[in-house]
Design a protein around this ligand. Structure first.
Ligand SMILES: [Zn+2]
Length: 166
């Protein structure tokens, strides 16, 4: 997969599970539907429950766009800091894949490594699919971290288990 010359990405994920507030998934579903056919893009915030378990309690909608235009500015991170609760911080990003399923593209992998995971090893990437809605009206979704393939400089994504908190 992608060749990135940085070996500080581990070969197994640092995060074991993520708990997501249901209301946040409702919000991301709404932003993602409104942005269609473009992607909705934003930030994820929360804190560690334990060393390898995250609980996400805030999101920021940043912009809508396409895969290649996903990028975050210092102003985006600053705006997010302003709405985060005291002991919470930015723990990654989310974006939608309207109509093309749950995965991280090569561009997403690079965005995740350079904008998030190299700065905080607990950062996660969340993809939501607003054309696949469940019986609760929520988009299907999946959390990821990027890992290094053992014995090589190649990187790939790994799914992270997740739970919805009502
Ligand atoms: Zn993507």
């Amino acid at each position: 997969m992608s060749e990135i010359e940085d070996l500080s990405i581990p070969s197994s994920p640092k995060v074991k599970s993520v708990t997501l507030m249901g209301a946040l998934l409702d919000e991301m579903t709404k932003y993602s539907k409104e942005a269609m056919p473009k992607e909705a893009i934003g930030l994820l915030g929360g804190k560690e429950l334990r060393t390898d378990e995250l609980i996400l309690s805030s999101i920021l909608f940043v912009t809508e766009g396409d895969e290649v235009s996903v990028s975050f500015s210092d102003e985006d991170f600053k705006a997010f800091e302003d709405i985060l609760e005291n002991d919470c911080y930015c723990l990654g990003w989310w974006h939608s894949h309207p109509g093309y399923g749950l995965f991280l593209s090569q561009t997403d992998i690079k965005t995740h490594i350079y904008s998030f995971q190299l700065h905080n090893e607990l950062s996660v990437a969340l993809v939501v699919e607003p054309t696949k809605i469940d019986m609760n009206g929520r988009a299907s979704f999946q959390f990821y971290q990027v890992i290094r393939e053992k014995g090589s400089n190649s990187f790939k994504y790994q799914e992270i288990a997740s739970y919805i908190q009502p």
